[in-house]
Design a protein around this ligand. Sequence first.
Ligand SMILES: CC(C)(COP(=O)(O)OP(=O)(O)OC[C@H]1O[C@@H](n2cnc3c(N)ncnc32)[C@H](O)[C@@H]1OP(=O)(O)O)[C@@H](O)C(=O)NCCC(=O)NCCS
Length: 174
Amino acid sequence: MGTDKESRISYFDSLNQRSPIIIRKCTLDDLEGVIEVNERELPEDYPYFFYKSILDNYPESFLVATTDDGKVVGYIMWRVEKTPAPDSLRFYNKGHLVSIAVLKELRRKGIATALLSNSMETIKKYKIHEYVLEVRVSNYGAINLYQKFNYTTHSIKKRYYRDGENAYYMTKPA
Ligand SMILES: CC(C)(COP(=O)(O)OP(=O)(O)OC[C@H]1O[C@@H](n2cnc3c(N)ncnc32)[C@H](O)[C@@H]1OP(=O)(O)O)[C@@H](O)C(=O)NCCC(=O)NCCS
């Protein structure tokens, strides 16, 4: 997906009609829809300014999935973090997957796959060396998804989530 292009996938709806899903960069107008998906699908909520700052700073890799009429049904957002390289005194950039979610009623149709593959391409514009993410140890669906993209478990972050659940810290070279 180029900077301003969108890509499309499609799925068969309940009437067996082929329905398009558009994958494109998030805009300011989409943020309300993104927040709605997040609040419905994930226990981790963020304030509006958090989404806005991700959009302002990393617009290339903040993508939404929408229906034909513009309703946001999924999103993915990343940020870039500078960290010391493990084997030298230099710093390098990590692409950190902040959040991804797809509405329950539209899952297992390849939407997260399209969001992840497109955004992993575009986040390279920020010159990252590694993709990293945290995922609840109980979140088998998401873990499966990341493994399909060849992420591997680097370590466990104890009590990473507010409710005390551990996270797998998964990484992949960029
Ligand atoms: C995780 C999530 C984003 C996946 O979205 P999706 O659009 O359904 O994913 P896809 O259709 O692209 O699935 C791709 C692959 O991921 C794996 N996968 C996805 N959901 C799965 C599930 N519930 N159980 C097992 N494997 C699953 C499968 O390997 C799947 O391929 P398949 O359908 O051919 O078997 C979605 O379930 C979701 O929004 N969950 C709530 C939010 C969340 O947990 N986010 C991740 C936080 S780290």
